[in-house]
Design a protein around this ligand. Structure first.
Ligand SMILES: *[C@@H]1O[C@H](CO)[C@@H](O)[C@H](O)[C@H]1NC(C)=O
Ligand SMILES: *[C@@H]1O[C@H](CO)[C@@H](O)[C@H](O)[C@H]1NC(C)=O
Ligand SMILES: *[C@@H]1O[C@H](CO)[C@@H](O)[C@H](O)[C@H]1NC(C)=O
Ligand SMILES: *[C@@H]1O[C@H](CO)[C@@H](O)[C@H](O)[C@H]1NC(C)=O
Ligand SMILES: *[C@@H]1O[C@H](CO)[C@@H](O)[C@H](O)[C@H]1NC(C)=O
Ligand SMILES: *[C@@H]1O[C@H](CO)[C@@H](O)[C@H](O)[C@H]1NC(C)=O
Ligand SMILES: *[C@@H]1O[C@H](CO)[C@@H](O)[C@H](O)[C@H]1NC(C)=O
Ligand SMILES: *[C@@H]1O[C@H](CO)[C@@H](O)[C@H](O)[C@H]1NC(C)=O
Ligand SMILES: *[C@@H]1O[C@H](CO)[C@@H](O)[C@H](O)[C@H]1NC(C)=O
Ligand SMILES: *[C@@H]1O[C@H](CO)[C@@H](O)[C@H](O)[C@H]1NC(C)=O
Length: 874
């Protein structure tokens, strides 16, 4: 049990990785050399920055400080520490402050709705709405999800997701996030955060960072492999800034109240105790004002994680229901014995409360009225302890009229990939409509029949894992198509058994139109479906989808294929078949799946979605693969991100690989043309590095250092396995129950941990999101887009930039706008280009610089159809 000794020390060890990988240089090179990345280290950075109220947080900061000033040490500890798994109604709950009538905060999954809630909506997944490329859709979905969480009593919605970003399309949780492109993800996450928080709920942007695969994501047992240490994502500073960190910067700038640190290691240091990434990058350079929350059981140390910037531990126990915690009593002790300075816990509590006030929780909070562990009306308040029997569910319907926007978002996110001779939209006069595929119909076990949707039965409308919500109903494609055809007086029949080839062929022969539904699923690693332990094993269709399509196309010359999938799938064996007259990618559309696809099939909605990823010919076209086997000795896999910033279309472009459908591609029932690109230079100041020093760390209130004041209250009714802040002995070592206690003398604490004096500001920092001048608009690019067809349509017009250097991608997406244009009319596309958009990260100066290479702006309809271009001259 080497990792126990190495990583699980509450009081003593500064940084799990630090002892095995002492004090080496920051991996600041742009290296893509595996020999340099392997065994990379993450340098220490202390002290943990304290918030300063900048960037719109001033008011919330002031309120938080005056609240925290009133708190005792035990109450502060309560705010930071979860009560343990299944200790209260939500998936995560911290302690309350009864003395002030302060309700315990409730943290609830998921990024697409209220997990475990009844009478909630099941929204389309992040990776699906990304295909809408529509800021309004992103915002509205965020707002409505926020309203539903608010109505259930949730304080923190555990979403949105921009990590995984989607380094490899097989990554099991990619669909919870938006897109492997950092700009599309960045715009989507910012709008989602604004939406959730405008609804009065704190957003938790996750998982920070580089949690790009499910296999071996945390130290512990994975499948049948036994104990395997957590994978280490090893990457250089340039790749971090230009790719994986980019959307987190947008989330921070949008004011995300919370960020969740991830399960994996980064450069061999566990994410939740990685002082470089949490202190220097997130709270330092990005000026993050909110609180860092651990993923569930991603905290592996006490003082180390406190010093490295963690502010809240979830679900609070060392492992589910151990009744022990790295914090709770251990956090109280670490303050009393001086391992952690008082200003640090004050900052933790202030950050949590500032997020609370920022979104107006003081005005919007209602008592939690649902229960994650049971849908019954009556049950246990403390599910694990099985105590506190009473009413646990009030069955509050929080759905409002969100189904309208859900249906519209799903339809607007549907991507038309092929449409031979205007086969689509269907006219509604088809004589004989045949529908094929298990993916068209119901799950025999019910829409919520598989725990956390951990199966691929019936139509696929969400992936599996914690990033899910119960369906209030699931409108299947078959239901919707039947309604449609019956309404038009046609004939409609279906075969939903994928392997019933005789029946499939017999029906295909009769059909005037066949619609085949196929899918590919993935999810979180704690559930294995059809041998896929979270991550997909391959990119092919599930349930022999290719054979199903082939059976139909062999006998029907008008076959439409609809794909429900978590990401790219391989379509090479059939997409070119002339009998395949239409292909639609519908992603994971949520509860209104059938209605949304019928809206597109029958032309009520003209498709305008564009692929938020590349559809390649084969899995190997995507470059870096996932790791499916442990390393020798089950030590941390060294997952070297040697491809640097070249993922998805950037990788295809660099290596001259032809995709089948490129990033940004999507057709419409009309056609558009592009003309008249213009670039206007906007006056902006010069870029000045941020200088000066911060204020000293504020200390909010006094506390007694007498252990006697922190003992268990005599009248407290102990809830089994529950985490409290109290001590069970006046001897701190005894109270800690830490076998390693005593190592906390200063020799073991990294330099600077306790230093609350003013600290130098970071050149690339200065405000939430980084140096504010990064967001100065330097150019405005406009172009004319004309609808040349006979029906109204929407065109996602895309702006790419070539940064011009030999190490730069051919083009990178920098902006987009979804334009609605009447037939024969034109619209003006207009997009800003900021300083950040044309900068590279310079590892030497540790700042963004505009290189001397000439920069070009491109405007077009996809990453490979860039019909207009113009120089960006400074
Ligand atoms: C304090 O943390 C250590 C691990 O570092 C753990 O062994 C111990 O049980 C914890 N103590 C309490 C009271 O939870
Ligand atoms: C970075 O590059 C410098 C100079 O090329 C080299 O000396 C140093 O070892 C490199 N650092 C790492 C972490 O590879
Ligand atoms: C990246 O490193 C290579 C090799 O050291 C160097 O030639 C190249 O100029 C560097 N690129 C940037 C953008 O710093
Ligand atoms: C990384 O460390 C391991 C264990 O010490 C060692 O076996 C391996 O050779 C190292 N890899 C590189 C590329 O240095
Ligand atoms: C800490 O939270 C628990 C659970 O909500 C509560 O029972 C206890 O009274 C709180 N302690 C303090 C000191 O507020
Ligand atoms: C439903 O899902 C379960 C679990 O994945 C699987 O074993 C079963 O075969 C599926 N049923 C159908 C009808 O596909
Ligand atoms: C890919 O995985 C799916 C789902 O497990 C499976 O149905 C399919 O047979 C696999 N494809 C190949 C080529 O192995
Ligand atoms: C249907 O698919 C099965 C399995 O691939 C194959 O054996 C059969 O020949 C196909 N039938 C037709 C008519 O294509
Ligand atoms: C399909 O075949 C039928 C009958 O041969 C023919 O009338 C029709 O035009 C064909 N449709 C397409 C889309 O090729
Ligand atoms: C297309 O469908 C027709 C039946 O309409 C069939 O005769 C023909 O073989 C099919 N072509 C292909 C390439 O499957």
């Amino acid at each position: 049990m080497l990792w126990l000794a190495q990583a699980f020390l509450a009081i003593s060890l500064p940084l799990a990785g630090a002892q095995s990988y002492p004090n080496t240089s920051i991996p600041t090179n742009n290296t893509t050399n595996p020999a340099e990345l392997s065994n990379a280290t993450s340098p220490p950075f202390y002290p943990s920055p304290w918030m300063d109220g900048s960037g719109g947080w001033a008011d919330a900061y002031a309120k938080a400080q005056s609240f925290v000033r009133q708190l005792t040490l035990l109450e502060k500890v309560n705010l930071t520490t979860g009560v343990g798994w299944e200790g209260e109604a939500c998936v995560g709950n911290v302690g309350a402050i009864p003395r002030l009538g302060f309700q315990a905060l409730c943290m609830q999954d998921s990024p697409l709705g209220v997990r475990f809630g009844d009478y909630v909506s099941a929204f389309p997944a992040g990776g699906t709405v990304a295909a809408s490329w529509d800021r309004g859709v992103f915002y509205q979905r965020g707002y409505q999800m926020g309203m539903e969480h608010r109505g259930k009593g949730v304080d923190v919605q555990l979403g949105p997701v921009v990590g995984p970003l989607g380094r490899n399309p097989k990554g099991g949780r990619n669909w919870e996030g938006f897109s492997p492109d950092p700009v599309l993800s960045g715009i989507a996450v910012a709008e989602t955060v604004r939406g959730i928080q405008d609804a009065g709920v704190i957003a938790c942007t996750k998982h920070y960072i580089n949690n790009e695969q499910e296999h071996f994501r945390s130290p512990g047992s994975f499948g049948d492999f036994g104990f395997v240490d957590a994978i280490s994502s090893n990457l250089d500073d340039k790749t971090l800034h230009e790719l994986y960190l980019w959307p987190f910067a947008d989330a921070v700038r949008a004011g995300t109240g919370s960020i969740m640190c991830s399960y994996n290691k980064n450069n061999n240091s566990q994410a939740c105790q990685n002082s470089y990434l949490n202190n220097y990058i997130l709270k330092g350079e990005l000026g993050f004002q909110g609180f860092i929350m651990s993923d569930w059981s991603a905290q592996h140390s006490g003082v180390s994680s406190t010093a490295a910037g963690l502010d809240m531990t979830m679900p609070g126990d060392t492992g589910f229901d151990t009744g022990l915690s790295f914090w709770g009593p251990n956090l109280t002790i670490s303050i009393l014995n001086g391992s952690v300075p008082e200003w640090r816990i004050d900052d933790m509590a202030t950050r949590i409360m500032a997020a609370y006030y920022l979104v107006g929780r003081d005005r919007t909070q209602v008592p939690v009225n649902f229960n994650s562990w049971s849908l019954d009306t009556f049950g246990y308040e403390h599910a694990y302890a099985m105590t506190g029997y009473g009413q646990i569910n009030q069955h509050v319907d929080v759905r409002d009229e969100h189904y309208l926007a859900i249906r519209s978002a799903a339809a607007r996110s549907t991507v038309l990939l092929k449409n031979t001779n205007g086969s689509l939209p269907l006219k509604g006069r088809e004589k004989f409509t045949a529908v094929f595929g298990d993916d068209a119909g119901d799950n025999d076990l019910g829409p919520n029949g598989c725990p956390d949707h951990g199966c691929d039965n019936g139509t696929l409308a969400q992936g599996w894992g914690s990033g899910t919500a119960y369906f209030p109903y699931l409108v299947t494609p078959l239901d919707a198509i039947k309604n449609e055809v019956i309404g038009h007086g046609g004939v409609v029949q279906s075969v939903t058994a994928n392997w019933a080839y005789d029946s499939i062929v017999a029906l295909a022969k009769q059909a005037t139109i066949s619609i085949v539904f196929v899918n590919a699923d993935s999810g979180e690693g704690y559930i294995t479906v059809d041998g896929n332990a979270g991550d997909r094993n391959n990119l092919t269709l599930w349930k022999d989808g290719d054979k199903l399509i082939q059976n139909v196309t062999a006998h029907c010359n008008n076959t439409i294929v609809v794909i429900h999938s978590v990401g790219p799938v391989l379509v090479d064996s059939w997409y070119n078949n002339p009998n395949v007259t239409g292909i639609l990618w519908a992603g994971l559309p949520g509860e209104q799946s059938g209605n949304a696809i019928a809206d597109v099939l029958y032309g009520r909605v003209n498709p305008g979605g564009k692929l938020p990823f590349t559809m390649g010919r084969q899995a190997s076209d995507y470059g870096a693969d996932l790791f499916y086997e442990p390393s020798a000795g089950h030590a941390s896999i060294q997952d070297n991100f040697v491809e640097g910033v070249f993922i998805d279309y950037r990788y295809f472009d660099k290596n001259n690989i032809s995709p089948i459908y490129e990033f940004g591609f999507g057709l419409s029932y009309t056609t558009f043309s592009y003309s008249d690109i213009k670039v206007v230079k906007i006056p902006a100041g010069t870029y000045a590095p941020t200088t000066g020093t911060t204020k000293a760390a504020p200390v909010l209130g006094n506390f007694s250092t007498d252990p006697a004041d922190y003992q268990w209250p005599a009248n407290l009714t102990y809830v089994k396995a529950y985490i409290y802040p109290y001590l069970n002995s006046t001897n701190l070592q005894e109270a800690s129950m830490d076998p390693e206690y005593g190592l906390e003398n200063s020799a073991y604490l990294p330099e600077g941990v306790s230093d609350g004096s003013p600290q130098p500001k970071i050149a690339a920092g200065g405000a939430p999101g980084g140096n504010p001048a990064l967001y100065d608009v330097l150019f405005k690019v406009t172009a004319t887009v004309t609808n040349n067809g006979t029906v109204p349509g929407e065109e996602v017009t895309q702006l790419y930039v070539s940064l011009g250097g030999p190490d730069d991608p051919k083009v990178v997406l920098r902006n987009f706008e979804r334009l609605s244009i009447q037939p024969g009319q034109s619209a003006t596309f207009s997009a800003d280009v900021t300083r950040r958009d044309i900068s590279n990260w310079d590892t030497v100066t540790q700042n963004w610089v505009i290189s001397n290479y000439s920069k070009t702006a491109y405007v077009g309809s996809s990453s490979r159809k860039l019909v207009l271009s113009a120089q960006l001259s400074l």
